[in-house]
Design a protein around this ligand. Sequence first.
Ligand code: SAH
Ligand code: SF4
Length: 449
Amino acid sequence: MEKFGRYPRYYIETMGCQMNVYDSEVLAGHLENLGYQEARALEDADVYILNTCAVRKKAEEKVYSRLGKLKSLKDRKKEMLMILWGCLSQQEQAAQGIKRRFPFLDIIGGTHSLGRFPELLEKADSSKNTILDLEEGAERENLPIKRGHPFKAWLPISFGCNNFCTYCVVPFVRGPEQSRPSNIILQEAETLARSGYKEITLLGQNVNSYGKDLDEDIDFAKLLARLDPIPGLAMIRFMTSHPRDFSQTLISVIQRGENICEHIPLPLQAGSNRILEKMNRGYTKEAYTELVQAIRNEIPGVSITTDLIVGFPGESEKDFQDTLNLVNTLRFDAAFTFIYSTRKGTKAAAMEGQIDPEIKKKRIMILNERQNRISLETNQRLIDTRQTVLVEGTSKTDPQMFTGRTRTNKLVHFPAKKDVLGKIIEVKIMEAGAWSLKGAYTQTISHCL
Ligand code: SAH
Ligand code: SF4
């Protein structure tokens, strides 16, 4: 398709989590199918998409500030189609407000509308008004995709979430949990492996409740066990696993698996039983601790990372200390820490005892300081060990400096004389920081190539 005497171009900006990154790859796939090409810069685009996140207020504010700036671009380039997509758009009230405040938007599409994107684009071409599409029920399978990476791929195994943790907006914007049939996932993984992909990351809000809604004899452990032998897939990762649904069988499958990576993202959220209950997480700190111990006993060298929220409504100094104590005892490899953010429509938003922002800030600083020290110490223990790494990129400033990730999902920077990009190699760890490691290339592991 030629428009303006050349191929039309698109530019997508993605905020938020890996599921959004995947959705943006599908949007790009649709556009390429329609004859669009990727633009190098936003100003060169004929179609611009902002794929939004709504999980915390900060993400939402970033969207509004971006929209403010886009207005002047639209004034200059009236023919550019501007599209707001994703989790923030999916919230009816937010979407209506955005439509009123930013009438220059051509389409506001929610997470459920992915399968309808081509129709929406066609409608927008001939309409002067903003098209709002938040309906559920569009097709999610057999959609085109333009993957952002040549040897690492995202592979969703389920969409949505049924957990309704009281602070979280995800079940509202992504809908109920829907597992994808296992044969579709296996076929997709095989196709990826045949096309040279070496790493897949299975995505789901709660991967280990996978399959509960399906009419087949499947669960996450079985799915992993079937993916493990696919030739060519050297690294199989997943995110995120919910502590409540983590079975003993799953631990054994990860332990036995040849290509299943020894990294377990296991969000704790809080170390106080009182707060965990108010969050509706469905486990106690004792049960969580036992799970961590069982995982560490069975999977040598495993890394466990977590998510933590400070300042949940009613969190007392004692509750916060409980979190700090658990962080001290469990010694996570890394933690993503968040300040509790009120999300409209969630149960926690209506709870009493909202915490003063200054206290929240103080708590997160103390927590980060503590965790950074633990991450550093944990990483230092890797010095002089040899680690298998998939090389995923080079430094922007030095083409002989490479970066890769260990099976335990640690970022390693290392120099290499030959081109090792996309290869599975071995590095010796020389230095450690809290966030990354420095290594030396030792050898290419050829049997995986
Ligand atoms: N499904 C994943 C989490 C998705 S959201 C899981 O259950 O593990 C990613 C992280 O954002 C959560 O683990 C939580 O720590 C954080 N988060 C979610 N809602 C939040 C809120 N309202 N305020 C602060 N952090 C939040
Ligand atoms: Fe949100 Fe809880 Fe579902 Fe994770 S499990 S997406 S935190 S509701």
